[in-house]
Design a binder for this molecule. Structure first.
Ligand SMILES: Cc1cc2nc3c(=O)[nH]c(=O)nc-3n(C[C@H](O)[C@H](O)[C@H](O)COP(=O)(O)OP(=O)(O)OC[C@H]3O[C@@H](n4cnc5c(N)ncnc54)[C@H](O)[C@@H]3O)c2cc1C
Length: 490
């Protein structure tokens, strides 16, 4: 194994930050080069009219994987970041008025299940056992190990077979419980990492166990406050964060990468480079390499997760009856997802995730006001060539209309501030291929060895970290990918 003592990490998403902290903690002088004016990547933040609007992740699970980053240097996450528990984890709502509070309190959850169908309480207990098994195999054993060769994949095969990983989460859940709403409640989680529960491997049922064991948390001040805490740790360790520096080229000599060049003209050299950027975009930065050109072409043929349409809005008043996290299900589940994932339709009856952070942390909004965002999965730009400058305002009204109808009848009168974020923005701001919100779709044939490798196969000192690499999207996923990548370096 080659040892390195200087590193460049392109991008300051959760994966990039976690890797940079691991490298810097190991004594490798690390520079993060971030294109945007703030760190965080998909966990960017806007402060507008006194409101704090987190751009992306809001559900913090497995806090232990984050605490580990501080523990590497003998420090404590609690000194930089306060995590607040969220209860219920989610409130699931359907158009017929059914509400289901989802948490890890057994008695409460069983009572909610019994309200839907008492016969499913026993089936749920069996599902829980199943999710425990996939969590142990898929997350604890394999979630933070690099899959650099096919042998590693073969070693994992018996566990995958035992848990019938070729089946979808929805199919496995349906084998345990009969109530249709409960099937949705136990399978929607894959959407949080870009996967259609109808196609995503049942291994992803591990998220249920992950949440049950570790809880669901919210960072005081918003998810970007957690990003700030990670940056503070990284800088205390001696690391350097450059903001507003877009990498335009990864330089190389022969089979080794030598550094990066940025749009402002900076030339930085290091013994290794790790990219937290989009995979297609990253390989595109390696000019004059037939190998990298081939990678771009082969990656473009892969299946990418859909994008998201996010409406951020502030309302006058407070809403104690609206949970921190709500899912507003459409009347259609599988067929709706097929429209988005396969047919590339911009549906008029979207299922929504509604974020209401001021329910947990009132400081997220001005006094007497409330912060919200509502997101709808939408096709990526390769499936639906939508002109978002035109469609955006119309779709914002579709999304807000659903919330008005189901939860806040006087939403229009209360609206204080509002803006939206589209697939085009994911593409333009983050270099996301096709504007995908979660990179490669998390299907079995794009997982582990079939996903982006944590170390490149051709350039031995070029590494990758983040949603496009193993194990995949989501904060625990990309923080796990950082651990896998770091294990190849340190
Ligand atoms: C709206 C939304 C909600 C989500 N909700 C949740 C949730 O509740 N819980 C959860 O766990 N996960 C959630 N996710 C998923 C999670 O946010 C992502 O999977 C994760 O944050 C991605 O991290 P990453 O390490 O891949 O980096 P990214 O966040 O993709 O960051 C990559 C960084 O690289 C930078 N970069 C790219 N190219 C260059 C370049 N050429 N030069 C310099 N810098 C460059 C970008 O500017 C960016 O800052 C959500 C995602 C979205 C979009």
């Amino acid at each position: 194994m080659k040892s390195h003592n200087s590193a460049i990490v392109i991008g300051s998403g959760f994966g990039g930050l976690a890797l940079a902290i691991r490298l810097q903690s190991a004594g490798i002088a690390t520079t993060i080069v971030e294109a945007r004016d703030r760190p965080g990547g998909r966990a960017y933040v806007w402060k507008q009219d006194g409101y704090t609007f987190d751009a992306g992740p809001t559900v913090i699970t497995d806090p232990a994987c984050l605490e580990e980053l501080w523990a590497l240097s003998g420090s404590r996450m609690a000194d930089d970041v306060t995590l607040l528990p969220v209860h219920p984890f989610y409130r699931l709502l359907w158009n017929d008025g059914t509400a289901f509070d989802y948490s890890n309190v057994d008695a409460e959850l069983n009572a909610e299940i019994a309200k839907l169908d008492p016969a499913d309480v026993a089936g749920y207990a069996r599902f829980l056992e199943y999710s425990k098994g996939v969590y142990e195999e898929g997350y604890l054993k394999l979630g933070a190990v690099p899959f650099l060769d096919f042998t590693a994949m073969l070693k994992a095969a018996p566990a995958l077979a035992k848990h019938q990983a070729w089946r979808s989460v929805y199919s496995v859940v349906s084998g345990f419980v009969n109530n249709d709403k409960l099937r949705q409640a136990l399978s929607f989680h894959t959407l949080l990492v870009g996967g259609n529960p109808m196609n995503t491997s049942s291994i992803y049922a591990l998220i249920h166990r992950l949440e049950k064991l570790g809880g669901v948390w919210f960072a005081k001040g918003g998810t970007n406050a957690l990003v700030s805490g990670m940056v503070a740790l990284f800088e205390r360790l001696g690391g350097t964060l450059l903001l507003g520096e877009k990498v335009t080229r990864i330089t190389h000599e022969g089979k080794r990468v030598t550094g990066v060049e940025t749009a402002s003209g900076k030339v930085l050299t290091a013994e290794m480079v790790a990219s937290n950027g989009d995979l297609v975009h990253s390989y595109g930065l390696i000019e004059g390499s037939a190998y990298a050109g081939g990678k771009v072409r082969s990656l473009r043929r892969k299946s990418f997760s859909p994008s998201l349409f996010v409406v951020h809005f502030g309302l006058k008043g407070t809403f104690p009856g609206i949970a921190h996290h709500s899912i507003l299900f459409s009347d259609r589940y599988g067929p709706l997802l097929k429209d988005i994932y396969k047919h590339g339709s911009l549906v008029d009856d979207p299922s929504l995730y509604l974020h209401h952070p001021s329910a947990t942390d009132p400081d997220m909004a001005p006094e007497g006001k409330s912060t919200f965002y509502a997101l709808a999965p939408v096709p990526h730009m390769g499936r639906a060539p939508v002109d978002w400058a035109v469609e955006g305002p119309r779709y914002r009204d579709v999304v807000l209309g659903r919330i008005r109808d189901l939860l806040i009848p006087d939403l229009d009168e209360r609206l204080d501030t509002c803006f939206h974020y589209t697939p085009q923005d994911f593409h333009d701001d983050l270099g996301a291929h096709l504007g995908s919100a979660f990179s490669l779709e998390p299907v079995l044939w794009q997982s582990a060895w079939f996903r982006g490798h944590n170390r490149d196969d051709h350039f031995p000192n070029l590494y990758f970290v983040g949603a496009g690499t193993h194990p995949g999207a989501g904060i625990p996923g990309v923080v796990g990918s950082a651990k896998a990548t770091a294990s190849l370096i340190v």
